[in-house]
Structures are given as C-alpha cells and as structure tokens.
Design a protein around this ligand. Structure first.
Ligand code: MD3
Ligand code: FE
Length: 218
C-alpha cells in the first residue's frame, strides 16, 4: 500500500465485524491469539469427557464428534435432545469450563453488542474432512434471549445461514481459524449448518476443525 490513507482504510475494513443479520456478526480473527490455549483446553476436556458421535432421536449417528464442558452439556439419544448435568458416558459432571474460555466468550459477546453474557455450557464439535452438520436451529436452551458465541479453530469451513423457516434462502460464508461468530436477539433462531469439510492440514489441529459454541443453557 502506498498511501497512508489507504493503509488506514485497509486495517479498518479488515477489522470491522462482518454483518450476517441485525444481531449476528463475524469477528474475524478475534480468538486467533488465544487459539493455542483454547486447543490445550479442548485436549484436557476430551481426556475427561471423550469425543463421541451422538445418536439423534430418529436413530441417526451424527457425523460431527462432540463433547462438552461447563455445568450443563448438550446430549442426544432416543429420548431426545437436551442438556444434562452429567456426562451420560461416565455419569460424572462435565469438565469445568476453563476461565479463559468464559472470558473470551464474554469479550466477544460484548464486542457484538451483548453485555453481561455468562455462558454455562460449551459444546465442542470436531470435524474431519467430509464431515458436515445439516441445517438446524439451536433451541434447547432455557432462555433464548441469551446469545450464542461460536469459535472456529483449525481447518476452514463453509458456514450456511438461512432464516427462521427451514425452507428460507441460505447464504454461505467461509469461517477460518480464530474467527468468532455471535448470534442473538432476532437472529437467534436462524437455521444454520456446515458444508462437508474440505481436505487439508492445519498446523495446530492437523486434519480437523474444532468449533466451540458457548451457550447459556440453564
Ligand atoms: C446461529 N455449530 O454447535 S457455529 C452448533 O461450526 C453449531 O460447529 C456449527 O451449529 C459449527 O449448534 C456452527 C455458528 C453458530 C452456532 C450457533 C448458532 C451459529 C448459530 C445458534 C443460532 C444461530
Ligand atoms: Fe447450531
């Protein structure tokens, strides 16, 4: 860049939140400096509560591998989708949410206009090449007035976001290592999903994408 004004513009443009809706935005790279600590936290969580493939109430095995931390963890089986205080695999409480996780989520929520977000649950999703997450809504949380904060780590993915109705037009946006997405208010019940992950290798995660979604479930 040759002109100082051009430099300033480039920086401001790249740091501005990307607007997905009236109350939904992408904070590009918001978590990139904290990614190594977040991934160390994920390793510790998975050592106590292993990644598993949940079964939907309809009997389908989910392609995404999942685990949780916090006082509540999301689970699914023939009895339905719900939050539980104990990991059904071990019968023990879910691993505690690391303080650095909660701090990041509340800072990101604040940057997106949601003050005072205190998550009590993190769903940790692991994708390998070929894994997808079909279009769905997140509606098992008690009070849908709280936002959801999502952190992408490792391989990039194509995120799909639609409307309140399943048949609404769907837009696509790429999510990269360190990106944070915040959804709340009028955008809280929009359908969303992840297209099949492309092949690749990331220096911190190998052939995988990890996504953390911070929720206030209880
Ligand atoms: C929009 N995870 O865990 S993150 C999920 O990348 C989930 O693993 C995806 O959908 C992933 O439920 C997408 C972005 C996201 C998360 C939650 C939302 C978008 C959302 C809740 C409401 C609206
Ligand atoms: Fe979701």
């Amino acid at each position: 860049m040759t002109s100082p004004a051009g430099d300033l513009f480039a920086v401001a443009e790249s740091r501005a939140p990307i607007v997905l809706g009236a109350q939904a935005c992408v904070l590009r790279g918001f978590a990139v400096d904290r990614a190594p600590q977040l991934l160390a936290g994920v390793e510790a969580i998975a050592a106590a509560a292993a990644f598993r493939h949940l079964v939907t109430p309809g009997g389908r095995r989910m392609a995404v591998a999942m685990t949780c931390c916090g006082t509540l963890g999301w689970t699914s089986d023939a009895r339905g989708y719900r939050y539980e205080r104990a990991d059904p695999l071990t019968g023990h409480a879910w691993p505690a949410m690391p303080g650095s996780f909660a701090t990041l989520a509340s800072e990101a929520a604040q940057a997106a206009g949601f003050d005072g977000f205190v998550p009590d649950s993190v769903l940790v999703n692991r994708y390998v090449p070929g894994t997808k997450l079909s279009l769905h809504q997140d509606r098992d949380e008690c009070d849908l007035a709280h936002p959801i904060v999502s952190v992408s780590l490792g391989l990039p993915a194509t995120f799909q976001f639609g409307g309140d109705a399943r048949g609404d037009r769907v837009a696509r946006i790429a999510l990269f290592h360190g990106d944070v997405v915040v959804w709340g208010g009028v955008d809280r019940l929009r359908h969303h999903g992840i297209l099949p992950l492309a092949d690749g290798h990331h220096e911190l995660t190998g052939a995988a994408r990890i996504n953390l979604t911070f929720r206030r479930a209880g």
